[in-house]
Write a protein that binds this ligand. Sequence first.
Ligand code: S3P
Length: 174
Amino acid sequence: MILSKNVALVGFMGTGKSTIGRLVARELGWRFADTDQLIERRAGCEISEIFAREGERFFRAQEHAALASLRGEWRHVVATGGGIVTRGENVSLLRELGFVVWLTADEETIFERVSRNANRPLLHTPHPRATVAALLAARRPLYESAAHFALDTAQVSQAEAAKTIVAETLRFFS
Ligand code: S3P
């Protein structure tokens, strides 16, 4: 059930959730929030440090708390971490927030994008490419069932992606 009027962006690492989310917020004149940023601000350190010190389970609890803290907000564009959909209760929260948009890209594009920085603890494995493939396969159906709308970011600019999301958001809430 939709209780408020926000846009939440979900999708795998490297699909542009934060950058596109900021552009969407600017165009709509809405506020921007990012669950990873909320977690880092609260913890006073980077996500990679949280994973290293406390582990993924702890991170997921912080992630859930960050998302839950946005409950009741209006006119926010919320960028989320790629794993947020792995907890069913987060999916309910996302849909409660409003319009849920899934940013997609093919595996090749994602791997190329995530390889540009090393700040993704889940990919610190002996075979990051295989890890990306496995995580994508496991998560695709979760994103799909969480989202109202999907947008492929591989072939369009971030500005174009933002324009499409703005138009779909206005349509969704009209
Ligand atoms: C994660 C994605 C990251 C961050 C954390 C875990 C994931 O966010 O939340 O490293 O499980 O896919 P981005 O999707 O913004 O990279």
